[in-house]
Design a protein around this ligand. Sequence first.
Ligand SMILES: [Zn+2]
Length: 463
Amino acid sequence: MSSILISGGTLLTMDGNRRVIADGAVLVDGSRITKVGKTSEVRKGAKADSEIDVRGMAILPGLIDTHVHLAQALIRGCADDTSLIDWLQKFVWPLQGNFDAEDGKTSAELCMLEMIKSGTTTFLESLLHERYGLSGIAESVQQSGMRGILSKTVMGLPGYGGKTSIMHPGMVEDGETCLRQVEGYFKQWNGRADGRIKVWYGARSLGGCSRELYQGIGEGARRLGTGITMHLNEVQEDARYCKREFGKLPGEFVDEVGLLDSTIVFAHGVWMTEPEWQIFAKKGASIAHCPSSNMKIASGIAPVVEMTRAGVNVGLGCDGGPSNNCYDMVREMKTASLLQKARLLDPLVLNAETTLEMATIKGAKALGLQKEIGSIEAGKKADLILVTLRKPHLVPPLNPVSHIVYAADGADVETVIINGKVIMENRILKTIDEENVMHHANERSAKLLARAGLEIAPKWPMI
Ligand SMILES: [Zn+2]
């Protein structure tokens, strides 16, 4: 195991005191951080195998994306300016219903390439259908060096909210089989790649599972000691359907069927109401806020400020290629902050500091990993990113937190370290062949469109 001294940077620790250390340094030994402080102090007695001089740069914890669809990178841009049900039924599902395992792997590699290049070190993938090939994707996570939670889809009904039998046949799976598959993948992959890979339950949204199947998911997660993720309250129809079908609000229903007794992340939470967020605050359930996706599909604006005030833990997510259309958490931070200010006509809400917490330590808490990642502290895993501050849009250096949230984008991330290993250095990937992945993705995408019988063309004439 090698050791690295990262020295001379503006260090945003995100520790309990939220210390920002000018001329700061981090000593990494093997996969963990062993020393944090002023460069002069950290250097004392430290014998590192290599040193990275980061003067003019910020050192941050790696960003944590709490809601990602790896399999949607390959269908980026397939369904712009479309309502949610059309978006799903006419474009996303027919394409994903024609995926094979090679498409799943290629899409995951493209997605991880983009995430690493924009500073994300850990992600929660929410819905891996069987046809995407979870094992091939897990092998790609292992190879990429990223830390990732892979959630295998559990579903039993081909519906979405009150709309029944609308899912593409290629996406439909059987509930009992899904439950068995999660256990199988959990045994095969959970804890692999030096602990970087975990396997969770990916419950399909309301309309996709019966009450009994949700209960089965809750029971399985408790037995295996693993987590659950699920889309919830993304659109208004979720609440109407849940009231009609189960006589409860979505947030009450998921408690009743026992989903809140495990680590759980609900994606979106756009239409959450006070009784629901009170339950979530009490039970420790987290929300993955996806502002770009919610705006683009016109789902609405999540009450992030109110939920946070009530004690709900809220992380950030980029969602997917057709809904965002990129996987850049740095851009997502700015969007999240500005959206709440505009909604509440209050510039004081969701300030830069709280937003950076959502992308780091609160994201870690959502995944139940706050003791391991999310801040730069001795004893934690060495997941770090180095962001340049030497670009015109990042000068003068008045407040690094402000610059990261309001002025930077993912392309300002220069170097990425995950689990103590340098995964990207000066924007060159060490674990993924960038050109090869992009070339392969273009090829697979063309074949996929042909198989699905879809043609996606620019709306303006291309000559
Ligand atoms: Zn999603």
